[in-house]
Design a protein around this ligand. Structure first.
Ligand code: PGA
Length: 253
């Protein structure tokens, strides 16, 4: 953890969740007790179809909601797209952008991710910009170079700790049960902080929350969350179980 930074644990439900599953959000709210509230921020990013419902269920809980993506565009003839302003209108405070599933399955470039992050900021959402290397890139010793390049291409100009979150998610760790070693996470997060320093200035970079994501579970959360420069987690599968999500949050508290 970075002691001066309040950690954030964000749940990415991906394409999971029917309206009956909103009970997961209410259970998380119930378990977000006084001790946890004082120590860690939580956010739930349900599918867009449940965003308003989740925001309503979480009113008064101090748990934020977020979108899983947003359009680069403000409004208009973009069938199927959802603008950042629409997410904000549905109660969101965050928008995940550049998740590896979007980069891979939808061919999103760094420039697209940057435009989405800027659109999110314009709507007063905090973008959670995702970066991470593939297995081949790690095995070829290119992980640091790949992630630095993604940062240079995807981070909005002039961002600060109040307007940006970065999530390091090694592609090979997402949904696989595999995680990097604590030493590899430490090396990467230090490199990300340093690169953000070059891009945004040291003071701004020092305040940006750097989340680790990829197979975070209650069983590995304490080790991962105690790594230097890890300021929380972006959680996929385990965020669909209230008890597991809360246990991960407690690892930050
Ligand atoms: P996972 O997903 O926790 O299921 O590995 C993380 C993510 O894709 O954000």
């Amino acid at each position: 953890m970075t002691r001066s930074i309040r950690p954030l644990v964000a749940g990415n439900w991906k394409m999971n969740g029917m309206k009956a599953d909103i009970v997961i959000a209410s259970e998380v709210a119930k378990g977000y007790d006084a001790g946890l509230k004082a120590a860690v921020d939580l956010a739930i990013c349900p599918p867009a179809s449940l965003l308003i419902t989740a925001s309503v269920v979480l009113v008064g809980s101090r748990i934020a909601t977020g979108g899983q993506d947003c359009s680069t565009q403000g409004s208009g003839a973009f069938t199927g797209e959802i603008s950042a302003a629409m997410l904000a209108d549905a109660g969101a405070s965050f928008a995940i952008v550049g998740h590896s599933e979007r980069r891979t399955l939808h061919g999103e470039s760094n420039a697209t991710v940057k435009a989405k992050a800027e659109a999110a900021q314009k709507a007063l959402l905090v973008p959670i910009v995702c970066v991470g290397e593939t297995k081949d890139e790690r095995e070829a010793g290119k992980a640091l170079a790949v992630v630095k390049k993604q940062l240079r291409g995807s981070i909005p100009d002039g961002a600060t700790g109040a307007t940006l979150v970065v999530a390091y998610e090694p592609v090979w760790a997402i949904g696989t049960g595999l995680t990097p070693t604590a030493a590899d996470v430490a090396e990467m997060h230090e490199a990300i902080r340093a690169e953000l320093g070059r891009l945004l200035g040291k003071a701004a970079a020092a305040g940006v929350r750097l989340l680790y994501g990829g197979s975070v579970k209650p069983s590995n959360a304490v080790e991962l969350m105690n790594v230097a420069n890890v300021d929380g987690a972006l959680v996929g599968g385990a965020s669909l179980k209230a008890e597991e999500f809360l246990a991960i949050a407690r690892a930050c508290g």
